[in-house]
Ligand binder design. Structure first.
Ligand SMILES: [Zn+2]
Length: 222
């Protein structure tokens, strides 16, 4: 059986791997800005310290679900975003990892306040068979922003991602591996939407396709 220590170590390794994969997939913005977290238990999660380039497991901080720093160090830039991650863990007990990036094509939708429709196979299959909703803008980490995230998650109980208006995506899943893969699927989909706009626009799946996939995902999970 996995002990607490080995479970925490594997989650830390998962975050380091996820950060590496995001760069390898080419979905990071020029600045390389991102923050990633993984749940340790019902009260705590691991969080990147304010940078992700060259990340090691020993650099991860431990934060409480109330947003307080419990272990390690965070740059001030990261201290502001603890509540953004905590809001997702509080709202979704099944979520094990949260990833925020400024992936350029996805961020274009966030900046345009346009929900990203589910019109590509990767989004359909990799955890987001529905549109990605927009959370109204609020200063990063502010009560307004955190309440906005909680409100959208309540209204959209099955979404695995949101677009923070004028900011970028916040994507979550059962573990760091699922979360980074969904970031990539969403960025690919946003790129395809923007490219398709130049040749007449993306077209919806046939009626019923999303419902069929949601039903088959639910069956596989039960
Ligand atoms: Zn950001």
């Amino acid at each position: 059986m996995m002990t607490d220590a080995t479970g925490r170590r594997s989650r830390a390794d998962g975050l380091v791997e996820a950060a590496r994969e995001l760069f390898a997939a080419g979905v990071m913005s020029h600045s390389g800005h991102a923050n990633l977290s993984a749940r340790i238990d019902g009260d705590r999660f691991l969080l990147t310290p304010g940078y992700v380039r060259g990340l090691t497991a020993g650099q991860l901080a431990v934060v409480g679900l109330d947003g307080r720093l419990l272990e390690g160090e965070l740059r001030s830039v990261s201290a502001e975003i603890t509540t953004m991650h905590a809001a997702v863990y509080r709202a979704r007990p099944g979520v094990g990892a949260v990833v925020h990036t400024h992936s350029p094509a996805t961020t274009a939708f966030a900046v345009a306040h346009r929900p990203l429709p589910c019109r590509t196979e990767p989004m359909l299959r990799f955890g987001q068979p529905e549109e990605v909703p927009v959370v109204p803008w609020g200063p990063r980490g502010s009560d307004v922003s955190v309440r906005g995230i909680a409100d959208v998650l309540e209204r959209r109980p099955t979404t695995s991602a949101v677009l923070l208006a004028n900011h970028g995506p916040l994507v979550f899943g059962p573990d760091p591996d699922a979360a980074w893969r969904l970031v990539v699927a969403i960025e690919e989909s946003a790129e395809a939407e923007l490219a398709a706009a130049a040749i007449g626009g993306a077209v919806d799946f046939p009626p019923g396709a999303l419902a069929d996939v949601r039903a088959s995902i639910a069956r596989a999970a039960s």
